[in-house]
Design a binder for this molecule. Structure first.
Ligand code: UN1
Length: 497
């Protein structure tokens, strides 16, 4: 077997080894014998060097006119577009999701980069009349400094781009720690940023574990903004470590997303939506559909159709274009999925299909689970309440529309929700009353677009949004500017009485 490529950290415009001398392997979850590369097992010392580089580079980068920063991002976006296929192939190998989906992930990064490049000529503030004579008022956005990013493995390039591109266009510099399961996609992204003209020190990459790299990154006083995507449990710790310093943090965490199916819904469309929402990305999206609630009059029919469709899904290596669902990201995640299946069974939910690991032949090389459906799930069950992050769907019946809304909101999370109905009044009522950050009518819970705010209510987030112009609030602060050209002292609230 060929010796695997060694990938380095990227600090101050150079590829460098970790001072630790230690490395870790990145393996393909569809074939764990395949090592995709060896990455740096970095430590606090490497993080410190990267933050110093970012802090130094900030002095110049913040002063580069934003449209010029945008010109560089346009080049980055264009290059991502040209290399979309190879980037997506790399991503499927390290993450496992099917090639059509990794193309979508790369496309999401392209969209975000083009979008934020355009923000170089916007980032609008406003002017407003002063309450005094001969005085001019306006607002401008200002960057904050070094941003520290901890990014997940389920969207290996899209989510890093959601954080990096707005941070850069606002004039901040970046240190990113990618998930240990998917560092290659971030190496690829950072390499392109560098080669297309992002100056040394503006974007830095340090690979390694949460405890040795993530923690020192978020605790460093020179890091002014922390953006994290991952579990609610870890997000809470990130928030706690940012709080004493009043460090800004943008947290994008768990979901337990619901699809409501009314009795008047187009059932086949609802089935397509729920299958894609639940089993797309092997259920490993924060927006994945994990609860399907169905009006009692169409419940049996819907459950039967769902089971039929789930049983037909072709599970396998994502590089095969005919595969519809890839593996779980790693053995640990597969174990979590299998343990939730046991929990569901013990709690008395009805296992309708799946319910086990896929074995035999090539399946034995990877971390494959069968698409799993439980019906008759009740609101006390753990599989109703807890985020599983795998191909496990819970289905439950409801009686009235009001009950459906109550059930939809019966969760600690609030990321995404959806309703299938032909009744416009119910669609709008659900749109208003389901407590989530993203809502769909006659569409699945997954599939957000980059120019709309992305994020959730309750334990899903801390009030911030990623994507769209909403994310500029994370990466810039408002400065209100007053210019007095009266030549006299004018006292607000006093001299204008
Ligand atoms: C995530 O699951 O972490 O809306 C992100 C979607 C994708 C992004 C999901 N565009 O499903």
């Amino acid at each position: 077997m060929a010796t695997p490529t060694v990938y380095k950290n990227f600090i101050n415009g150079e590829w460098v080894e970790s001072k630790s001398g230690a490395t870790f392997e990145n393996r393909n979850p569809a074939d764990t014998n395949e090592v995709l590369g060896v990455f740096q097992q970095s430590t606090a010392e490497d993080v410190d060097t990267a933050i110093s580089a970012a802090a130094e580079a900030y002095k110049k980068w913040r002063l580069m006119p934003a449209p010029k920063r945008g010109e560089i991002l346009f080049k980055v976006a264009d290059r991502l577009l040209r290399e979309k296929e190879s980037l997506s192939q790399d991503m499927t190998k390290e993450m496992g999701k099917v090639i059509a989906e990794t193309r979508g992930d790369t496309q999401e990064a392209i969209d975000m980069t083009f979008y934020m490049a355009g923000e170089g000529r916007r980032q609008f503030g406003f002017t407003t009349p002063s309450e005094m004579m001969n005085k001019f008022n306006m607002t401008i956005r200002q960057p904050l400094g070094v941003c520290g990013f901890i990014t997940p493995w389920n969207f290996p390039m899209a989510i890093p781009s959601w954080k990096m591109m707005p941070a850069l266009i606002c004039g901040n510099t970046v240190v990113i720690k990618p998930a240990t399961d998917t560092p290659l996609s971030v190496v690829n992204l950072v390499k392109i940023c560098h080669e297309e003209g992002i100056p040394p020190g503006v974007v830095n990459l340090v690979t390694g574990s949460g405890s040795k790299v993530g923690q020192p990154l978020i605790q460093d006083d020179r890091v002014k903004v922390v953006s994290f995507t991952g579990s609610t449990e870890v997000g809470r710790k990130v928030a706690e470590s940012c709080a004493p310093k009043f460090k800004h943090s943008c947290l994008e965490m768990g979901g337990k997303n619901v699809q409501i199916v009314m009795d008047d819904a187009n059932l086949d469309l609802a089935v397509d939506g729920a299958i894609w929402g639940a089993f797309g990305t092997t259920g490993q999206r924060c927006t994945a559909t994990s609860r399907l609630i169905v009006h009692k009059d169409v419940y049996k029919k819907m459950v039967d159709k769902m089971v039929d469709a789930a049983n037909k899904l072709k599970v396998g290596n994502g590089l095969d274009a005919s595969t519809q669902m890839g593996p779980c990201i790693n053995q640990g995640q597969l174990d979590t999925v299998l343990s939730y299946i046991e929990i569901g069974k013990k709690e008395g939910a009805k296992l309708m299909c799946g319910g086990e690991q896929l074995t035999g032949g090539d399946y034995d090389k990877g971390c494959f689970a069968k698409p799993t459906i439980f019906s008759d799930v009740t609101q006390e069950m753990r599989i109703w309440k807890e985020e599983i992050f795998g191909p496990v769907l819970s289905i439950a019946p409801f009686d009235t529309f009001e009950q459906a809304i109550e059930m939809a909101n019966d969760t600690e999370y609030g990321l995404s929700g959806s309703i299938y109905t032909q009744d416009v009044n119910r669609a709008y009522t659900a749109m208003r009353d389901v407590n989530v950050g993203i809502f769909y009518v006659n569409a699945p819970t997954i599939g957000a677009e980059t120019h709309l705010p992305f994020g959730g209510t309750k334990n899903t987030g801390n009030g911030h949004r990623e994507a769209a112009t909403a994310t500029l609030e994370v990466y810039s602060e408002w400065k209100s500017v007053y210019v007095d050209f009266s030549g006299t002292i004018q006292r607000a609230q006093i001299d204008n009485q």
